[in-house]
Write a protein that binds this ligand. Structure first.
Ligand SMILES: Nc1nc2c(c(=O)[nH]1)N[C@H]1C(S)=C(S)[C@@H](COP(=O)(O)OP(=O)(O)OC[C@H]3O[C@@H](n4cnc5c(=O)[nH]c(N)nc54)[C@H](O)[C@@H]3O)O[C@H]1N2
Ligand SMILES: Nc1nc2c(c(=O)[nH]1)N[C@H]1C(S)=C(S)[C@@H](COP(=O)(O)OP(=O)(O)OC[C@H]3O[C@@H](n4cnc5c(=O)[nH]c(N)nc54)[C@H](O)[C@@H]3O)O[C@H]1N2
Ligand code: SF4
Ligand SMILES: [Mo]
Length: 743
């Protein structure tokens, strides 16, 4: 261990949300605690910005409820046990279940924090392979799955997601996202408030389409209310007007785009007039919007959670890209562009083209399609509680809280209780992990190094940054990747080291030698160069060296390596987004597929929605700046303040329903009911109510002393596991039909 001074300053990023802001951590080594947390002005992307949630990093270090030792359920009580026993038990029980009932008797659920831990991200595939199950679930199918499905068929890869070139656009059209609360998603753009202010200072325009006048809509030039779930209709009408008024201009992409004629025909029935009743948007307003967006020199259309977690998630996600393409804004400055992360495939590396990884198998009970190797989490409970030889008997959760974050949490809560064996790799004893037989707690963010593996690929500016650990973990602590490797090694009948060595060798062999970006070195020599590094760092070093800015293992090359990145304490700025088409397309045709059959075949389902009655009350969600999904409500510095888990209702609806500001409302859906305090506000569209997700901390057996003081209610007791976007399988979390009465 290195000798450290008593006061120290460390530059890294905050990994709590997708913004990944650069931070400066002042550490008091004597007290072994964080003295201060500030934004790092020298960070090329965040420029010193941090949000109030950053104090959560210290809160997590100091939370007495955060678990540090493995917990085993013994006679109904959790007792602390040693790591060796815990890891051995996890591996032997899982192996036993697999040997008795087959690999598919074990399911995995991976939660959101995995995306913020590069070492976990690199190790999870290895862990999944060791388990060998097809029953893989994750937060993806309550989030961005529809975008991945559409990107896969339009651009050829699930994570080929164009991001708004927000710093250069003149017109930012936002649907179903509230970056002033969420700090952005699939768009790493810290300090959104500053970026939007600068957009408007340079004469640009911000338009927000949302059933609630959100914090982002508040600062917009224009806000349009839209009926939840109607975005695909709205966007098709947008496309309709572009064709009808001769405004289509794909610009420089003319040779790289296919499907224009088919698209024009598809959009025919969706005139602004035809969709008006279902969307709630005036045809004249929509036409005006289309004209001004098309007239803008540089425009970016962006859709997020509200456009994904709804009935037509994949169609909406696709049509966002269609609108950008038809207006000449795809791959253009100030439009939407593809980042080029430092760890990404090398510049001239041919991309693997192949079959869309969709519906190669289906879930047992409802026949829902697999995508990219995983099944929709909306099917998890039924795969456990529906009898049959093939049912799920054991579950491994890794940094996930599906009881609060997936639809019909009550059914899942019950189903988990019936499992033979549950292992949770998690830092809290919470609503989900209380069902565990074994909880394996891993290091919190400041005790681990990080590299922004997931979100450098969605950054509005190309950038690479290494984040050193701020604290050495206590000797008895384990990193998430170490736990995964240990279990994988034992299941494979080898060791963690052997599992890691094999995985590293595979990465090296696919990165160097003839035909690769590093032809000048062979696998043995490359392996020698990274020998001695911990597994994740070795893999990252190979990826960086072989990547588009890498040194290709050539000592005289000024390009990147992990060592060089580690020496750059504020990160390496790789400049604004640049053109990447057609080079990065991986479709069979090598073109942007604007009318791919998978999506086109889903359009009749949307046509049918035109006829639907849109008058009943529906529920949507929302996020709060000081919260993060379900798991930051136990940190006093963030949990304080006014009650957040309120049911927002429009004044007209409140009056009609007999609700009053200080009162409580009962909200019922097909699957359940909750009682929540009423907040009357004209920020909501009439007919729509809003409740945030991630609350409901009153379940017995959890150990969240701060969160339990103000538990709130779980909005996913109302969302319906049968309600999915039929194409992608993503859960519908917005636009839930509900009945409301005073309680
Ligand atoms: N109704 C409704 N539901 C939603 C949404 C919505 O908008 N509306 N949003 C959805 C979205 S976008 C998402 S991403 C999902 C999130 O769904 P999940 O990922 O299932 O839920 P989280 O609340 O993020 O839970 C994270 C879990 O990881 C644990 N954890 C946190 N940090 C660490 C760590 O460093 N190590 C380990 N080992 N564990 C850690 C926490 O204790 C917690 O148990 O929720 C979805 N659910
Ligand atoms: N503070 C905070 N930050 C977070 C999180 C958090 O929980 N708290 N979670 C993180 C995660 S995991 C994610 S995925 C991102 C999500 O980031 P965002 O996508 O920005 O998510 P939200 O803030 O929920 O904004 C979604 C918006 O969609 C609107 N909406 C709902 N239904 C519809 C609809 O049918 N159509 C349209 N057009 N709009 C609709 C809602 O009113 C809301 O304003 O945020 C991340 N950042
Ligand atoms: S916006 Fe806040 S929570 Fe997100 S990375 Fe920045 S400081 Fe952390
Ligand atoms: Mo998410």
């Amino acid at each position: 261990m290195t000798q450290r001074a008593t006061a120290e300053t460390i530059h890294r990023t905050c990994p709590l949300c997708e913004a990944h802001c650069g931070i400066t951590v002042h550490v008091d080594r004597d007290a072994n605690r964080v003295a201060a947390l500030k934004g790092d002005p020298a960070d090329a992307v965040s420029g010193g910005y941090v949000c109030p949630k950053v104090v959560g990093l210290r809160g997590l270090e100091e939370d007495p409820d955060r678990l540090v030792k493995p917990l085993l359920r013994r006679d109904g009580e959790f007792v602390e046990i040693e790591w060796e026993e815990a890891l051995e038990l996890a591996a032997s029980k899982l192996s036993e279940i697999r040997d008795t009932h087959g690999a598919n008797a074990i399911a995995t659920y991976l939660g959101n924090p995995n995306a913020h831990d590069y070492a976990a991200g690199l190790t999870l595939p290895l862990f999944q392979r060791a388990l060998g199950t097809r029953w893989r679930f994750s937060a993806t199918s309550v989030d961005q799955l529809p975008k991945m499905v559409s990107s896969c068929v339009v651009f050829g890869a699930p994570f080929a997601v164009p991001v708004p070139d927000i710093d250069h656009t003149d017109f930012f059209l936002v649907l179903g996202a509230n970056p002033l609360a969420s700090n952005g998603s699939l768009m790493t753009a810290p300090d959104m408030r500053g970026r939007l202010r600068r957009l408007r200072e340079r004469g640009g325009r911000l338009v927000v389409v949302d059933p609630r006048r959100s914090e982002t809509a508040e600062v917009a030039d224009q806000h349009l209310f839209i009926r939840p779930g109607a975005d695909a209709l709205f966007l098709f009408a947008f496309v309709h007007v572009l064709f009808e008024e001769g405004l289509v201009d794909v610009g420089a992409l003319a040779d790289s785009v296919r499907g224009l004629d088919e698209l024009e025909a598809l959009a025919k029935p969706f005139s602004p007039e035809a969709v008006a009743a279902a969307t709630g948007v005036e045809p004249g307003t929509l036409r005006e919007l289309v004209r001004s967006f098309a007239a803008a020199e540089r425009g970016a259309c962006y859709g997020r959670i509200g456009t994904c977690t709804q009935e037509f998630g994949a169609l909406s996600s696709w049509l966002v890209d269609v609108v950008n393409t038809l207006t000449g804004n795809l791959d253009a400055e100030g439009g939407v562009r593809f980042p080029r992360p430092a760890h990404g495939p090398g510049r001239d590396e041919p991309r693997r083209k192949g079959r869309v990884p969709y519906a190669r198998w289906r879930s047992r009970v409802r026949g829902l399609p697999e995508f990219a190797g995983e099944l929709p989490v909306a099917a998890l409970a039924e795969e456990i509680d529906t009898p049959g030889d093939e049912r799920i008997r054991a579950l491994v959760t890794v940094a996930g809280n599906p009881v609060l974050s997936t639809p019909n949490g009550e059914r899942l809560d019950r189903a988990l209780e019936s499992l033979d064996f549950v292992v949770c790799v998690d830092i809290y004893l919470n609503e989900t992990t209380r069902h565990a037989d074994l909880i394996l707690p891993t290091t919190p963010p400041l005790q681990r190094a990080n590299y922004d593996l997931a979100f450098h690929g969605f950054s509005v500016r190309d950038h690479a940054k290494w984040s050193p650990a701020v604290f050495d973990p206590p000797p008895e602590a384990r990193h998430l990747w170490q736990v995964l490797l240990e279990i994988a090694g034992r299941i494979n009948g080898t060791t963690a080291e052997a599992a890691a060595a094999l995985a590293l060798r595979n990465v090296i062999e696919s990165s160097v030698g003839p035909g690769s970006t590093c032809p000048g070195i062979d696998a043995d020599a490359a392996a020698e160069r990274v020998a001695g590094l911990p597994y994740p760092e070795a893999v990252l070093d190979v990826m960086l060296r072989a990547g588009p800015y890498g040194d290709h293992f050539d000592d005289d090359d000024p390009g990147l390596s992990l060592g060089k990145l580690q020496a750059a304490t504020h990160g390496v700025d790789l400049g604004p987004l640049k053109p990447r088409l057609p080079e990065m397309l991986a479709t069979e045709s090598g073109a942007v597929e604007l009318a791919p059959s998978l999506l086109v075949e889903d359009v009749p389902r949307l046509l049918a929605a035109l006829e639907r009655d849109a008058s009943g009350m529906v529920l949507i969600g929302r996020r709060h700046l000081r919260s993060n999904n379900s798991w930051m409500h136990n940190l006093p510095a963030l949990a304080k303040g006014p009650e957040r888990c309120t049911l927002m209702v429009h004044p007209g609806d409140a009056e009609r329903l007999g609700l009053s500001e200080s009162g409580q409302a009962k909200v019922r859906s097909r699957v359940g009911s909750v009682v929540a305090p009423v907040e009357i506000t004209d920020a909501l569209m009439p007919g729509v109510v809003s409740l945030p997700h991630g609350h409901g901390h009153s379940l017995e057996g959890a150990r969240l002393s701060v969160a339990a003081q103000r538990p709130g209610v779980n909005s996913n007791l109302l969302t319906d596991e049968l309600g999915i976007d039929a194409l992608s399988g993503n859960a519908i979390l917005n636009g839930i039909p509900v009945e409301i009465s005073p309680a």
